[in-house]
Design a protein around this ligand. Structure first.
Ligand SMILES: Nc1ncnc2c1ncn2[C@@H]1O[C@H](COP(=O)(O)OP(=O)(O)OP(=O)(O)O)[C@@H](O)[C@H]1O
Length: 246
């Protein structure tokens, strides 16, 4: 079986624009000399990152703020293009990346289910078969005909998660997914991810919680300033039950 995801020598360069605060006089002159104070800097957010996720495996992406985790996940999801290198995905990828990505705020929750699923490559007839399960999982029955712009961030997260997991993806990309939402829904999501993992789904999980990565993942990659500084298997320690004698 081919690997689920191959990340080959991926680099990503952004152009940072620095705009200095302008004084009144300069601001006035600036009307005639636009962008005179803008400085551009090339910034390497990812530098030659490579790894493979085998079918049914789960990889945890770790690293400090700004180390490049979300950028890498967006490249794997096809939302961003790498500046160098390439990503190969074998199977249907469901990205749970940022709130609102893949949704239209003007459309209702119901309409957004179809929009979002079409981005994952599902046909409307396939989605119709699953739409009841999606709505039920999201627990948003009463709001499903309301425009998404009136949803709270937690409600949007529920809908995004419900679509992604009920379409049975081969590979789930999850970026700090559980940062929003109440405890009961978070637990339901974690149970669902565990169930999907036991059914062979591959996973790339970005998390600041080492516990979460230890629980769900077999391997980890740690990034620092866009470079892989550490990687390896996650050894699950079986904690023996200790009986205390009174
Ligand atoms: N569109 C962009 N334009 C310019 N710089 C960007 C862009 N997106 C990300 N960056 C920069 O790339 C670096 C990596 O950002 P990224 O969001 O991937 O980090 P992260 O590891 O996911 O951080 P966090 O843990 O805070 O979510 C940061 O320095 C960020 O400022």
């Amino acid at each position: 079986m081919p690997p689920a995801i191959i990340v080959e020598h991926v680099s990503k360069e952004f152009i940072l624009r620095h705009n200095r605060a302008l004084g009144l006089k300069t601001r006035f002159l600036g009307l005639f000399h636009k962008n005179k104070r803008e400085k551009r800097e090339h910034f390497l957010a990812l530098d030659d990152v490579s790894f493979t996720v085998e079918q049914g495996e789960a990889l945890g992406l770790l690293g400090h703020n700004g180390s490049g985790k979300s950028t890498l996940l967006q490249i794997i999801a096809g939302i961003l293009q790498p500046s160098k290198g390439r990503v190969i995905a074998n199977g249907r990828v469901a990205p749970l990346i940022q709130l609102g990505v893949g949704f239209n705020p003007e459309l209702t929750g119901y309409e957004n289910i179809f929009l979002n699923a079409s981005l994952y490559g599902f046909l409307n007839k396939d989605v119709r078969k699953r739409v009841k399960d999606i709505i039920e999982f999201s627990e948003l029955e009463h709001f499903i005909d309301t425009p998404l712009k009136n949803y709270s961030s937690g409600m949007q997260m529920r809908l995004g998660f419900a679509v992604a997991v009920n379409l049975q993806p081969d590979i789930l990309l999850a970026d700090e997914i559980l940062a929003v939402g109440d405890q009961a829904f978070q637990d339901k999501c974690l149970d669902k991810i565990a169930e999907m993992r036991s059914n062979g789904m591959s996973l790339i999980l970005v998390s600041h919680s080492e516990d979460q990565v230890n629980k769900f993942c077999n391997y980890y990659v740690r990034l620092d300033h866009g470079v892989t500084i550490d990687h390896g298997p996650i050894i699950k320690l079986e904690v023996e039950k200790v009986e205390f004698q009174q």
